[in-house]
Design a protein. Structure first.
Length: 540
């Protein structure tokens, strides 16, 4: 009897309810009292105990053990179920917040990295101890005012030169919104990197320096303020927050006259670039270095004339066009790396990606499976349109992926072409060159950078006459031999390698592009026609 209890007692008690376990054991004890106790005899006891006594069969003992194992399994299932439910609730709470990608653009030294760094500090993403470390590092380099920029500029080269080179990436949250910050470089040598950052963004924060001379340098012909605004609009940045920075500088001293001067000069240019100044653009004064008018409204002692919102308030309430989470999956890849498998990075432009989804990696048509999704810094079961994510894949090796490849749904795959028709607006050709068939430039479309050639000019569009034209009296198309600055033309463009693109009318994010040559943007455009399915080029 005692031996049996000892054996039963060695099994862990894993019943959900302790009372049930006691009842079960009590019933066992009662049964044992009503019936003769079985003897567990050793060979020594058998020699001295006379005739052999009945023993419990091995099968009966196994029955008890299997019952305990079943109880143990049930308990484990219960324990595993509870955390999963909690995880799902946390996931739903996270998904209840909308997500926005914000790119910081503007002329070099306008204060983009400093402003982005201070946002992270004010939102609690960086602690005081880390800030003290950055202050010491900046002081050692005799660049005390750069310490906030060190939060975004983690590269040592960037810290030494004080210039952002790569697109910095960070995350912060407000009460209603999760944000991904994209800190784009302002120097003209790194415009391709700026294009990469802006192509992933929904909202642009145009940082303008109010300091005497700095605004004028960025705004005048050839300044990056102008080029960044034009590129942002072309790349799909639908809303723009224009922050007039360095208002605390001694040359400005929160001057309303200086703020009004900058706003009055920028507004007409923003309209020319395609922005609706009343609906799409918000102006506000800030100091990125001391954090004024960012997380909370500016102190009226500093700036008595401003009674508008703070930067956080504007970002938290800004509205952007919604995207269809049920559409076909489209995720351009901006980078890839190995981490216990193949991981790709990018922004989901359409559809929803979930764990265990089967997708196509285009243009090489590789069938891949989604093993894991990482949104911000956390693992997630799914991610919808607008999310910047990292996706771990099986079925493809890291060396077989290039920036510009695209994750696509299997049922409705992305178009893959060598040629396409586009409507171009010529901005400014180098040295008054003539734009004609044979003209070569670098094509930037979503995360693709590809050499291209104009193979045919199809039609020049007269924008002024088009508004007043009678469609019944439309003249037959006349192919131009060439066009000059300012012209709008429909043309056919050819590239050297297969690229993944879509019609602008179907997927605007994958159908708008820029043409650049010798470090300058010469045209912006949109895809208007693609070859028929199954054909990589147009029929002649």
């Amino acid at each position: 009897m005692e031996d049996r209890k000892d054996k039963a007692g060695t099994q862990p008690s894993l019943l959900p309810d302790g009372e049930e376990e006691d009842d079960w054991r009590k019933e066992e004890d009662d049964d044992m009292e009503d019936s003769p106790p079985p003897a567990f005899s050793t060979s020594a006891e058998a020699e001295t105990s006379g005739p052999p006594q009945p023993t419990v069969s091995h099968e009966g003992h196994e029955g008890i053990e299997s019952h305990l194992q079943k109880l143990q399994l049930d308990k484990k299932v219960e324990e595993l179920t509870e955390p999963q439910e909690t995880e799902e609730l946390e996931g739903r709470e996270e998904e209840s917040k909308r997500h926005l990608n914000v790119v910081f653009i503007g002329h070099v030294d306008a204060g983009k990295s400093t402003t982005g760094g201070h946002i992270l500090f004010l939102s609690g993403q960086v602690d005081d101890r880390t800030m003290q470390k950055y202050e010491r590092e900046a002081k050692e380099k005799n660049r005390e005012s750069w310490y906030m920029a060190y939060i975004m500029d983690t590269n040592e080269e960037e810290r030494i030169k004080g210039k952002t080179v790569e697109v910095g990436r960070a995350h912060f949250e407000t009460e209603n919104t999760r944000f991904t910050i994209l800190d784009a470089p302002g120097h003209k040598s790194y415009v391709p990197n700026m294009i990469s950052g802006a192509s992933q963004a929904d909202v642009g924060v145009l940082v303008i320096s109010a300091r005497k001379g700095e605004f004028e340098t960025g705004y005048e012909k050839g300044g990056q303020t102008r080029e960044h605004v034009q590129l942002a609009k072309t790349l799909g940045v639908s809303k723009l927050v224009v922050v007039v920075n360095k208002m605390d500088d001694h040359t400005v001293n929160w001057s309303k006259e200086r703020y009004d001067e900058i706003e009055s000069k920028m507004t007409p240019f923003l309209k020319l670039s395609g922005y609706n100044a009343k609906k799409d653009v918000h102006f506000l004064p800030i100091s990125g270095l001391i954090g004024s008018n960012m997380a909370s409204r500016v102190d009226r002692k500093l700036c008595s004339w401003w009674d508008g919102p703070s930067l956080f308030e504007v970002l938290d309430t800004i509205e952007i066009p919604l995207r269809d989470p049920k559409g076909p999956v489209r995720m351009p890849i901006i980078d890839k790396y190995k981490d216990m498998g193949t991981v790709v990075m990018g922004k989901i432009e359409s559809g929803t990606i979930q764990e265990n989804d089967n997708l196509l990696l285009m243009p090489n048509k590789a069938h891949v499976k989604v093993l894991a999704i990482y949104r911000d810094e956390n693992k997630s079961r799914r991610a919808g349109p607008g999310e910047n994510v990292r996706v771990k894949l099986s079925g493809v090796e890291e060396e077989d992926i290039l920036a510009g490849f695209l994750l696509s749904s299997v049922v409705n795959p992305v178009h893959v072409v060598f040629e396409f028709n586009a409507q171009l607006q010529i901005l400014e050709l180098l040295d008054n060159a003539i734009f004609t068939a044979g003209y070569k430039a670098i094509l930037h479309i979503h995360s693709i950078v590809e050499e291209s050639e104009i193979v045919e000019l199809i039609e020049e569009i007269d924008v002024k006459k088009k508004k007043d034209a009678d469609p019944k009296k439309k003249k037959p198309k006349r192919k131009p031999l060439f066009v000059k600055n300012g012209a709008v033309v429909v043309c056919r463009i050819q590239v050297n390698n297969l690229i993944c693109i879509e019609n602008f009318s179907d997927f605007p994010q994958l159908g708008r592009f820029t043409l650049r040559t010798e470090g300058k943007t010469i045209a912006v455009g949109k895809v208007v026609a693609l070859p028929p399915p199954g054909c990589s080029i147009f029929a002649s």
